[in-house]
Design a protein around this ligand. Structure first.
Ligand SMILES: C[S@@+](CC[C@H](N)C(=O)[O-])C[C@H]1O[C@@H](n2cnc3c(N)ncnc32)[C@H](O)[C@@H]1O
Length: 302
């Protein structure tokens, strides 16, 4: 490798519920599957290995950086990587000349690799620009949203997507702060939020999670319209999957899980394969704390 050229980064993201995804999607040679959230390519690799010979996997991600990061991991497998939001899955399949697939996986939300990159502005633990877009070429960065929304809408956003108890206080402080100067960095926002949230009374130890966690999560969900995207995916899924095909959705937020549960309730379209959402075992959570809030639901297309 020439001097001064960085070696390709290997992904740090650990895929959640890998065994359960395989059990519920039943990938088999010759099948065509979709990974709607390719991310670091962990699930995609597990699935694509089981589609050969004769099958293929179409992997979507909104984030071009993730598609590039996943490339080496999938190089020896029949995987087509496409940059697109999963709400456009029908269009992507049309472009590929595919009428219907045998299965779809969606593991929604964010990858560790995106959180670890300070330039994405997704983490309160890293100084960086307040951007948060999965696709930084479209839409509005978090800093612009914080500038545009009025106090009430900010408070609603933090409450609805972050269940943040101090949402009103935080919204008020943001509106006060931005009169003097725009909030443009993760550090500015994280410090502002930390100042709004009292330390738990009677306890000396640090709070179990950073007080900025919920506000950052809420902003990320809003910036990327994550619930709208999932709703649109669930609406088009029946037109993308053949009868007898399977879908699996992993979500990390109660509002997302509710959308999935409600969509699978349509008994004219789906037979539910998971009466209750499948959760990670204690051992998986020990090895991969992100798995703690993962909920997997799967269904068979009728
Ligand atoms: C939790 S990660 C997926 C990890 C992957 N399953 C693995 O094993 O490496 C979620 C990925 O979905 C992508 N993503 C989020 N919302 C999306 C959307 N609406 N359309 C397409 N990709 C999306 C993110 O950019 C991120 O790379």
């Amino acid at each position: 490798m020439p001097q001064g050229v960085d070696a390709p980064r290997s992904p740090s993201h650990v895929s959640v519920l890998p065994v359960e995804v395989l059990r519920l999607l039943c990938p088999a040679p010759g099948q065509v599957l979709v990974d709607a959230t390719l991310g670091a390519g962990g699930h995609a690799r597990l699935l694509a290995e089981r589609l050969v010979p004769g099958g293929r996997l179409i992997g979507l991600d909104r984030d071009a950086t993730m598609l590039e990061l996943a490339r080496p991991r999938l190089a020896d497998l029949p995987v087509t990587r496409v940059q697109a939001p999963f709400s456009q899955l029908r269009q992507v399949l049309d472009d590929q000349g595919i009428a219907a697939v045998d299965g779809v996986l969606a593991d929604v939300g964010v990858c560790s690799d995106q959180l670890d990159d300070p330039q994405r502005g997704l983490s309160f633990a890293q100084p960086g620009p307040l951007d948060m877009r999965f696709d930084p070429t479209t839409g509005e960065p978090a800093s612009a949203l914080l500038h545009r929304l009025n106090e009430r809408d900010l408070a609603d956003l933090f409450w609805r997507y972050g269940e943040e108890r101090f949402s009103r206080r935080i919204a008020r402080r943001i509106v006060e702060a931005r009169r003097h100067a725009p909030l443009e960095t993760t550090e500015q926002l994280a410090q502002l939020v930390r100042r709004c949230i009292p330390r738990p009374a009677g306890r000396r130890r640090k709070p179990p999670i950073d007080p900025a966690t919920r506000v950052f999560q809420a902003l990320r969900i809003a910036v990327n319209d994550e619930l709208g995207e999932l709703e649109r995916l669930l609406k088009i899924l029946p037109s993308c999957v053949r009868p007898g095909g399977r879908v699996a959705v992993i979500s990390f937020h109660s509002l997302e899980d509710r959308l999935v549960k409600t969509a699978f309730r349509d008994r004219s379209l789906w037979e539910v394969l998971t009466r209750k959402p499948v959760r990670a075992s204690a051992e998986e959570v020990r090895n991969n704390p992100r798995a703690r809030s993962a909920k997997l639901r799967a269904a068979l297309r009728l």
